[in-house]
Ligand binder design. Structure first.
Ligand code: AMP
Ligand code: MG
Length: 328
């Protein structure tokens, strides 16, 4: 069902894209999600971008038996390439910044819930109790390009890899002289520059109840990463209850903080991705505390009772919906 909805959304987006003028564009399926790439520039750069996405997927995948993350999980130690060392360095820092709400060592829990096997199920409390001590970013040791996992820890970069990938692809395109691009990697949208026709970027925020529809839009010019995390993006229903894929590393359970989705706006894709996952786990109150002591991100919260809250900087760009503004 999830894949069908994703395909529908993808087709809708593709149709909209066809109607617009100018950019070279393509769609691919990578990192377990549909991606749409639009570049105002040389069409060949599209295939360079696809190659870069596939290259990074080949490093970060938790299921590909040749990936660096798979080998690190299997062997407990590995010598890493520059990108894997960089994403892990960022993951550790963002885990610390969010008090562990974002945790790259969440794999044992993700696996216990069956989210990677495609056969989701509910683990028992005893199973979770055994696994929880191994979930802690402190069990990941990095020394330059040498990485080690202790205490049974296992990595899952699903909460940060797409953001890192979008960031790296746009840096590559920028180095090659591209003035404008928009990469949409699942719930991760990142823009570079401004469209040559002078029109602003208009990015839809999915309605958590009808993810193929936008509940609101963000309108702006220039480069920005806009990343949404939501329970609706991956879940299963059992005996009338819904279990989604964003797990609270403290409890091992799907995070339930009254939020249906969180969208983060920042200049850096990696930060946006890890923060959106973390804020979903933290809930609105703690997230707003973090926002008040930070100056590098804005956020939009959609609650399960359908209210929309936007921090000041996000509120300035938000339209098409009623919302409450959060001030400093
Ligand atoms: P996102 O869609 O970016 O919020 O990432 C969700 C994905 O990240 C999940 O499907 C898991 O693979 C992984 N994940 C789940 N919970 C967490 C967490 N608390 N911290 C980091 N990654 C997580
Ligand atoms: Mg994320």
């Amino acid at each position: 069902m999830k894949k069908f909805l994703a395909l529908l959304l993808f087709l809708c987006l593709s149709l909209t894209a066809c109607a617009s003028d100018g950019p070279a564009e393509t769609e691919i399926f990578a990192m377990d999600t549909y991606m749409r790439l639009r570049i105002w520039g040389d069409r060949e750069l599209l295939s360079d971008t696809v190659d870069e996405i596939r290259r990074l997927e080949g490093l970060f995948s938790v299921t590909d038996e040749k990936s660096e993350i798979f080998l690190l999980n299997r062997d407990g130690q590995a010598v890493l390439s520059a990108d894997t060392a960089e994403i892990l360095t960022r993951a550790i820092a963002l885990s610390e910044r969010t008090g562990g709400a974002f945790d790259p060592t969440v794999y044992p829990l993700v696996s216990a819930w069956g989210f990677t096997s495609g056969e989701p199920h509910i683990p028992t409390q005893d199973e979770l109790n055994v696994l929880l001590p191994s979930v802690d970013a402190a069990h990941l040791r990095l020394d330059g390009s040498n990485a080690a996992l202790t205490d049974g820890a296992q990595l899952d970069l699903g909460g940060i890899a797409k953001g890192y990938t979008a960031q790296k692809c746009l840096e590559l395109l920028s180095e090659k002289g591209v003035q404008a691009a928009m990469l949409s990697l699942g719930g991760n949208v990142q823009t570079l520059g401004s469209k040559p026709d002078g029109k602003p970027w208009v990015i839809g925020i999915a309605n958590p109840e009808e993810p193929t529809e936008a509940i609101a839009t963000l309108t702006f010019n220039g480069s920005m990463a806009i990343v949404t995390s939501g329970g609706y993006q991956r879940y299963f229903d059992l005996d009338g209850a819904r279990y989604h894929h964003i797990l609270d590393p403290q409890t091992g359970m799907p995070a339930e903080t009254g939020l249906a989705s969180v969208t983060v706006l920042t200049q850096d894709g990696t930060t946006a991705d890890a923060l959106s996952t973390a804020l979903f786990v933290m809930g609105m109150e703690k997230s707003v505390e973090l926002w008040r002591e930070s100056d590098d991100f804005e956020a939009i919260f959609i609650t399960q009772d359908r209210k929309i809250f936007a921090t000041k900087g996000a509120a300035d760009l938000l339209g098409g919906c009623e919302f409450e503004e959060i001030t400093r």
